[in-house]
Design a protein around this ligand. Structure first.
Ligand code: IVH
Length: 719
């Protein structure tokens, strides 16, 4: 049966059970085959809408004849969720995030930081734009020869979801750019959002249809844009403000403000509250004006974004980690609420940290129901801050207390304060466990060798014998930004872990083989079936080759997040090079140690954590076993960077006169070079300013090329 025949099918209520069973069997096979093509071959042969029609009919048959709904039914299995998927789109220019600030002083510091970076005097004119930070979801829309070709969500910044058909239904998004001088390639970026009025109307309709309500306009906008059926998206009146761009073949302006005007000319809405400001005072004035007007705007905003106006300066300033140095999101203060702390639970993290979680009487904060909040750590509960100082005037937090909590945007809600007058007479100080609630091992607070201070975090000493750590590690390992194994969600990991099927990362990759030999095969179990097992194994197989940065991130080395993982991948190029360097760096006097600690963005704490990780025998064993199963794709210097210094190791020394040390480093990194702090055999180039001493001598001794700043600019240009 093909979906094209679907309309001629008899309505389900006119079928006999025998007819229904036959159709259900046929349909099941057909859907399973589409799942296989989708998951295993990445080559679906039907559109999402056709696939959905098949599933709908399949479900309708089960609705009418419940006896068809056996454990073998596709509706009872996970993994066959092809209809919940969008194709992926790789962003040609990554979609970045913004650094945040809350206090007015942080704006001042932001501007000062920029002046310092540029080595500008305090009175040199510096212009910023200031505009509302829209609380929606960002979208990148690509126009080629003026025509909309793709639209993608932000995703992880490098890769998003293809929502082109849905974006076309948004009224504010032109299908063709207006005006003349339209660049051949123009990627417009901005925010998709819903007005308060439309949000309320959507929730009314949801309620009338007995469907769950959206918590806030942002969730509703995201839910509406990420619909598989563009008709649903079209029925939700989404709006769009343009505020940025990705790849552009010819820039229509040389300032941020000019770009906003160009965007308006091309047919986009840009926020009418965008201003140019030439001092911190003007920026703050505009911020407070927007804050005052916030409730009257008719849509949610969560702060004000400042951007350096001159695009040449933006280019010079570049990025730190994943945010531009030239922009700041000045967020509005968090919203607060008062509720009761009903209990404290300890959650064991993947690095063994005992994390106290507040269980709260549910309360609404900024439109979202909050029932959990973080209590940070043992000292925080006691009323002691990071430097041993008192917080909350030294008041501890007790179960039964009335507490003040806050929530700011995506930030995890926090317990901020205690209303002491409301403390029940029988409330007792909370005793933080000294044993791991998951494995019973001792939980200790380590003393930092560098500072001699006790760590704020109490950690389980059980290591891999601690099921909570092992499980959390596995969950992290398969998570979206790590191995991203479809069908291996948190629940599956729990199940597999308990049964002893998957207890270490490497076990994932031997699961299929062990299953084939097993007497208790997965496909014969309740809740599973051949298709879901096949899909899972296909998803695992697809990850036998993995990008180096994902592999490093997946290992769950304390302090090594996605950004550090990417930096390490880029610096070392292969997993073996990283592993060798980390082993050698165990000697603090080694060249490898100096190299590891001089990688831009890798601080001493991260470096130590890496060294510790590779020192640990269990980890070495795990890595050997894992690398027998998976290959890490070597990472090359980013393909877009072709410069005379790409892939080279550069050392800057002496006092630089035309750029600050920070700027020099950022520039070299932008050009694909590695910047090291000391000269070694691996150094390709030393850029020396006046007063360069021992490093210059070392360079001469090793025969490393040396040049001055003029030589550097002659080599790489001023870009
Ligand atoms: S500029 C390179 N401007 O905030 C920086 N972002 O926290 C590009 N956002 O992912 C972003 N309003 O979704 C910019 N006026 C605005 C914005 C804005 C909202 C969002 C955007 C971004 C997030 C970063």
């Amino acid at each position: 049966m093909s979906p094209k025949n679907a309309p001629s099918l008899k309505p389900v209520d006119q079928l006999t059970l025998t007819e229904a069973r036959a159709e259900h069997d046929d349909l099941g096979r057909e859907i399973a085959e589409h799942d296989r093509r989708y998951y295993e071959e990445d080559a679906p042969t039907v559109s999402d809408a056709e696939y959905d029609a098949l599933r709908k009919r399949y479900e309708a048959l089960e609705g009418m004849f419940p006896e068809l709904k056996t454990t073998e039914s596709l509706t009872q299995k996970v993994g066959s969720r092809a209809s919940e998927k969008f194709a992926k789109v790789r962003h040609r220019v990554p979609m970045l995030s913004l650094a945040n600030g809350f206090a007015d002083e942080e704006v001042e510091e932001f501007v000062e930081r920029i002046r310092r970076f540029l080595q500008w005097k305090a009175d040199a004119p510096l212009v910023f734009t200031a505009e509302p930070k829209i609380d929606g979801l960002s979208l990148s829309i690509r126009y080629e020869k003026g025509r909309l070709v793709t639209a993608a969500t932000r995703g992880d910044g490098a890769e998003g979801e293809d929502v082109t058909n849905n974006a076309r239904t948004v009224g504010d998004i032109p299908h063709a750019l207006k005006g003349s001088n339209i660049p051949d390639v123009f990627e417009v970026r901005g925010e998709v959002y819903l007005s308060h009025k439309d949000f309320a109307a959507i929730n009314e309709r949801q309620e009338a249809a007995g469907k769950p309500l959206f918590a806030n306009p942002r969730n509703a906008a995201a839910g509406s844009l990420r619909q598989l059926d563009p008709k649903i998206t079209a029925s939700r009146p989404l709006c769009f403000f343009a505020y940025a761009w990705g790849e552009v073949s010819e820039m229509p302006a040389s300032t941020q403000y000019g770009m906003m005007e160009a965007l308006r000319g091309f047919g986009f809405k840009v926020n009418p509250l965008t201003r140019r400001c030439s001092s911190v005072a003007e920026m703050l004035e505009h911020y407070h004006a927007i804050e005052t007007d916030r409730a009257n705007l008719g849509y949610d905003i969560d702060g004000v974004v400042y951007k350096v106006d001159d695009l040449g300066l933006q280019q010079r300033l570049g990025f730190v980690s994943r945010s531009p140095r030239w922009a700041l999101a000045h967020k509005f203060p968090a919203q607060k609420a008062v509720t009761v702390l009903e209990g404290i639970e300890i959650n064991v993290g993947r690095t063994g940290s005992l994390n106290p979680i507040a269980r709260l009487r549910p309360v609404t904060v900024g439109g979202v129901v909050v029932s959990n909040a973080t209590l940070h750590n043992e000292d925080y509960i006691k009323g002691i801050g990071g430097n041993g100082e008192k917080i909350r005037g030294g008041v501890d937090i007790r179960i039964g207390d009335t507490v003040i909590i806050n929530r700011a945007g995506d930030v995890i809600p926090k317990v901020l304060d205690v209303v002491l007058e409301k403390r029940p007479a029988d409330a007792r100080p909370y005793e933080f466990p000294t044993q791991c609630p998951a494995c019973g091992s001792h939980a200790v607070r380590e003393v930092n060798p560098r500072t001699g201070k006790e760590d704020a975090v109490r950690r389980c000493t059980g290591g891999l014998i601690c099921p909570a750590q092992a499980r959390e590690r596995l969950k992290h390992f398969v998570s979206r930004n790590a191995f991203d194994i479809e069908g291996m969600g948190e629940q599956r990991i729990d199940e597999f872990y308990e049964e002893g099927l998957v207890q270490r990362p490497q076990d994932i990759f031997t699961l299929a083989e062990r299953n084939a030999r097993s007497l208790k095969r997965l496909e014969n179990r309740e809740g599973w079936g051949e298709t879901s097992v096949r899909n899972l194994f296909a998803a695992i197989e697809a990850r036998r080759s993995i990008s180096l940065n994902r592999l490093i991130f997946a290992l769950g080395i304390p302090h090594v997040g996605e950004t550090s993982a990417r930096l390490l991948a880029r610096h070392f190029g292969t997993f073996e090079a990283l592993r060798e360097a980390a082993r050698a760096a165990a000697d603090p006097d080694s060249e490898a140690h100096a190299e590891l600690t001089s990688i831009g963005g890798i601080g001493p704490v991260v470096a130590e954590a890496i060294i510790e990780f590779f020192k640990e025998g269990h980890n070495e064993e795990m890595l050997d076993a894992l690398l027998a199963q998976v290959t890490a794709e070597p990472m090359e210097a980013p393909a877009t960077v072709s410069s005379p210094v790409a892939g080279k190791t550069v050392v800057f020394t002496g006092s630089l006169e035309q750029m600050t040390r920070e700027e020099a480093k950022a520039m070299a990194e932008r050009l694909g070079a590695k910047v090291a702090g000391s000269v070694s055999k691996k150094t390709d180039l030393v850029v020396a300013g006046p007063g360069a001493g021992s490093k210059l001598a070392k360079a001469a001794e090793l025969g490393v090329q040396v040049m001055d700043e003029d030589g550097w600019f002659a080599l790489v240009g001023r870009g």
